[in-house]
Design a protein around this ligand. Structure first.
Ligand SMILES: Cc1ncc(COP(=O)(O)O)c(C=O)c1O
Length: 391
C-alpha cells in the first residue's frame, strides 16, 4: 500500500504532512523523491549536532553492550551518564532519574515535587507544552483541547507577558504555600521562542525559595546548547531544584530522557518516589547519550561560540528582509522566531519555504527556526536566500 494511504489508515493521529522522509545527512533531509531540504527544525531540537555525525554513527555501529539490563541492577554506563549530567548541569543538581523521553522526565519532576513538598498544586505558563501524559498535559496550554483541558484541576497558569505584574500574580499564588512546583522552559521554544527578562527569572527563583515551592526547569527542547549555553537556565544564573531533559540528549540516535535533582531532594523522597521505567536508559540509548554528550562537552566552547555567530548572522540577515508585515525577531542562540503578526502570512511563508527547499514551522503568527548548532556559514546563507525568496 502507498505510504500516504497506509498512514491514513493505520497511524493514529489527527493530522500529518504530505512529506515522506527517506534519509537525512548533516543539515539536510531528503524526501522519497530525493528532493533535498535544509532542515531548520532538526526534529524540533533533537539533532543539535546535525544528522549523521560520523563519530557518533561509528560508535553506534560498534555498540556491543547487553541487549537489555533490568532497571534494578547496576550497569556502569548508567553511573557514567549520571555523573556526566551532574557535572554539566547547574547548581547542586546531582542525582538523575532514568526516563525514556521528555514527557516522562516532566512527569517524574511532578512526582518528586509533590513527594518532597507534600503539596499538590502546580504553576506553569499558559500556552506552554510539557508533554502528553495526563499530568504534563495539565501543565500545558488549556486552549483547543475541549475534552482534555486541565485534566488535573490543581494546575494553574500564569499568562504572558512575564513582567512585574506577572511576578506579582506568581507571588499571590505562592504565598498560599500550597504550590509544589513552578514549571517552565527558561526560553520557551513552545511559546514561539519566548525569552523572559532576567528580572523576572531572578524574582521567580527568589519567590520559589521564599515560599518553599520547587523551581522545575524543563530543558527538554532547550538543553544541550540550543540557546548558546549548555542549558537555557544558565543565561539567567538559575539554580533549579529539578531539571528535565530529553530530545538532544541522544541527538536522535535513541529515545532517552533524564530528570536531575539535588541529593537532598532525591534522598528525602527515596521511599515515596520509585520510578521504574522498563525502557528508561536502555543500554543502546545510554550509549548514544554518552557518545553524543561527550562530543558536545569536548567541543563546548567552540560550539557555543559558533552558535552565537550563526545566530547573529541569521538575525542580521532577517533584519534586512522585506517582509510584507511588521516583524519582531526573538533569538537566543539557535532558538529563533520571527513574528510576522499575521497567521495566514506565516503559513504562506512556511509553504513557500517548503517548496523552495527549507523546512520551518509556524506557531500562531511566528515563524520558528531550530537549525543545527553545527550549521556552516554557507549553509546559513543558502537558507536565508530561500527565506528571502519565500516572503
Ligand atoms: C519543552 C518540552 N517538554 C516536554 C516535551 C515532551 O517530550 P517528549 O515528546 O519526548 O515526550 C517536549 C516535546 O516537544 C517539549 O518541547
Amino acid at each position: 500500500m502507498e505510504t500516504k494511504k497506509a498512514d491514513k489508515k493505520f497511524v493514529a493521529r489527527s493530522k500529518f504532512e504530505d512529506f515522506e522522509i527517506a534519509r537525512a545527512e548533516g543539515i539536510y533531509i531528503y524526501d522519497n523523491r530525493d528532493n533535498k531540504y535544509i532542515d531548520f527544525l532538526m526534529g524540533w531540537c533533537v539533532g543539535n549536532l546535525g544528522w549523521g555525525n560520523p563519530e557518533i554513527e561509528k560508535a553506534m555501529r560498534e555498540f556491543d553492550g547487553p541487549d537489555y539490563v533490568l532497571p534494578g541492577f547496576m550497569y556502569k554506563p548508567w553511573s557514567e551518564l549520571a555523573e556526566l549530567l551532574a557535572e554539566i548541569t547547574p547548581g547542586n543538581l546531582s542525582k538523575s532519574f532514568r526516563t525514556t523521553g521528555g514527557t516522562e522526565s516532566v512527569e517524574t519532576a511532578m512526582q518528586l515535587a509533590m513527594a518532597y513538598t507534600g503539596r499538590r498544586k502546580f504553576l506553569s505558563l499558559e500556552g506552554s507544552y510539557h508533554g502528553n501524559s495526563i499530568a504534563t498535559l495539565s501543565l500545558g496550554g488549556s486552549e483547543g483541547k475541549d475534552k482534555l483541558a486541565n485534566p488535573l484541576q490543581n494546575c494553574h497558569k500564569i499568562e504572558l507577558p512575564l513582567d512585574e505584574k506577572a511576578l506579582a500574580r506568581v507571588e499571590t499564588q505562592l504565598k498560599q504555600k500550597d504550590v509544589a512546583a513552578f514549571i517552565m522552559e527558561a526560553v520557551s521554544c513552545n511559546l514561539g521562542v519566548y525569552i523572559p527578562k532576567p528580572e523576572f527569572m531572578r524574582g521567580l527563583q527568589a519567590l520559589c525559595r521564599q515560599y518553599g515551592t520547587l523551581l522545575v526547569i524543563d530543558e527538554v527542547a532547550t538543553g544541550f546548547g540550543r540557546t548558546g549555553k549548555m542549558f537555557a537556565c544558565m543565561h539567567f544564573g538559575l539554580e533549579p531544584d529539578i531539571l528535565c531533559m530529553g530530545k538532544a540528549l541522544s541527538g536522535g540516535y535513541a529515545g532517552i530522557g533524564a530528570t536531575i535533582t539535588t541529593e537532598e531532594i532525591a534522598d528525602a523522597v527515596k521511599e515515596d518516589v520509585s520510578i521504574y521505567s522498563t525502557y528508561g536508559w536502555h543500554p543502546r540509548s545510554v550509549h548514544a547519550a554518552l557518545v553524543n554528550l561527550n562530543y558536545i562537552v569536548r567541543n563546548e566552547e567552540e560550539l557555543m561560540q559558533h552558535v552565537k555567530e550563526m545566530s547573529a548572522r541569521i538575525v542580521s540577515s532577517m533584519l534586512n528582509m522585506s517582509f510584507r508585515t511588521e516583524t519582531q525577531i526573538h533569538a537566543k542562540g539557535l532558538a529563533i522566531s520571527v513574528d510576522v503578526n499575521d497567521s495566514d502570512y506565516a503559513e504562506e511563508i512556511k509553504k513557500q519555504c517548503r517548496k523552495n527547499g527549507l523546512v520551518i514551522t509556524v506557531q500562531e503568527t511566528k515563524l520558528v527556526f531550530f537549525p543545527a548548532l553545527t550549521i556552516k556559514k554557507e549553509e546559513v546563507e543558502e537558507a536565508m536566500a530561500i527565506l528571502r525568496n519565500s516572503i
